[in-house]
Design a binder for this molecule. Structure first.
Ligand SMILES: *Cc1c(COP(=O)(O)O)cnc(C)c1O
Length: 384
């Protein structure tokens, strides 16, 4: 079976560099906040164009620390998308605040600005919670609609925290890179993300000096002048030096890998669009990438009828596929206590139709063709 995400090919490619980087850490022995951590933060700033970068233990802690920098807690509401990995919602809830969901756009699969506007009105009119901010997610690597989201946030005095766990280095038509589109941006270095380490990791980006200072403090037990001078309640949320060393090497080939991801996605897209039924109608839909956007392609997803049959056919041919996300957040057990009774039909409909295909920068043409042929056989040979 080919891997859903192939991390081995990349490892073979840069193994000598990774080995040497790890050996350097073992030699200097500064496992916590060693020199590689600062070097990685500088390299991530250079790559993204952000003023500040604070690396952290994972993408979830990145969101929690960012929310803590805005003193988010009980009584506060934060608008987010229901169609995301649970961590986005969890970060809000673990601080005692209330996530309020705004439904997604059926084409981009990202949070819909019109829905944000109506959700803002709803929260304001209920007058129970203090609305503080918005966390858009750049789903599967595609940036959300920040020109509209930032305008709505500005109008209502809300912060925007960009959850770019799946989209580090994705760009909008103006060339700006994720995660620099909001007041604060976060990403994850979980191994399967576009820029993944060999363990957990994450980072926070901002141009705001005060927020950056607060997050630096929160990362290390709310430290003041040092970690025994505690100025606030914080976390133990540092990135390991070994992970920073690994990520420094992976970052060196990341631009090239983003190009490779783009090429694989283009091949997939062209072939998917050519799958038509007997009336010439396109059978398979895919995530719409608006003009000028460049996705980081964390996943390549299709939306079509017969999802389970496609998954089964792929499996029979030794191709894995995964459903992201089978259950939108509002239907998760962990969210049942939420008072919000929003109708979120788009996220529910998409959850029942979506399927992620094997995808990574090194997916070869042969495998890709075979995957497409398999999908074609399901749709062309069935008549319901
Ligand atoms: C992976 C992910 C996270 C959490 O990142 P971790 O590093 O696994 O904690 C948060 N949000 C989204 C959208 C993700 O995909």
């Amino acid at each position: 079976m080919i891997p859903f995400i192939d991390l081995a090919t990349q490892q073979i490619r840069i193994k000598p560099e990774i080995d040497a980087a790890i050996q350097r850490v073992l030699a200097h022995g500064q496992y916590i906040m060693g020199p590689e951590v600062g070097l990685l933060e500088q390299a991530l700033k250079d790559f993204s164009g952000s003023q500040h970068c604070i690396t952290v233990s994972n993408g979830t802690d990145a969101l929690i620390a960012a929310l803590m920098a805005y003193d988010i807690g009980p009584g506060d509401a934060v608008i987010t998308t229901p169609f995301t990995f649970f961590a986005t919602v969890e970060a809000i809830m673990v601080l005692g605040a209330t996530p309020v969901f705004a439904d997604i756009d059926p084409r981009t699969l990202n949070i819909c600005p019109n829905q944000i506007e109506s959700t803002v009105r709803e929260v304001h009119s209920q007058n129970k919670l203090q609305l503080r901010g918005i966390i858009p997610v750049d789903l599967f690597g595609l940036c959300a609609d920040y020109s509209r989201i930032n305008a709505i946030a500005e109008q209502h005095g809300l912060f925007v925290i960009q959850d770019a766990a799946q989209a580090f280095g994705a760009s909008t038509p103006d060339g700006q890179k994720a995660p620099t589109h909001g007041h604060v941006g976060t990403t994850s270095f979980f191994p399967a993300k576009p820029l993944g380490g060999y363990g957990d990791g994450g980072a926070i980006f901002t141009d705001n000096d005060d927020i950056a200072d607060k997050i630096q403090s929160i990362r290390i037990h709310g430290q003041g002048v040092d970690k025994y001078d505690n100025a606030r309640i914080g976390l133990n949320a540092r990135l390991d030096t070994i992970q920073a060393a690994v990520l420094l090497e992976k970052l060196k080939i990341y631009s090239e890998e983003l190009d490779l991801r783009q090429k694989v996605a283009e091949r997939y897209s062209q072939q998917m669009d050519m799958i038509v039924d007997s009336t010439g109608q396109q059978v398979i839909q895919r995530q719409h990438i608006p003009g000028g956007h460049r996705s980081a392609w964390a996943q390549f997803v299709i939306l079509g009828p017969h999802r389970e049959r496609i998954a089964t056919a792929l499996k029979t041919n030794d191709f894995p596929s995964v459903v992201y996300y089978r259950t939108p957040a509002q239907l998760l057990k962990a969210c049942q206590g939420l008072t919000q009774q929003n109708n979120l039909p788009v996220s529910e409909a998409i959850s029942s139709r979506i399927l992620a295909l094997p995808f990574h920068p090194y997916l070869n043409q042969d495998s890709l063709d075979h995957i497409v042929e398999t999908i074609k056989s399901v749709n062309v040979n069935t008549c319901d």
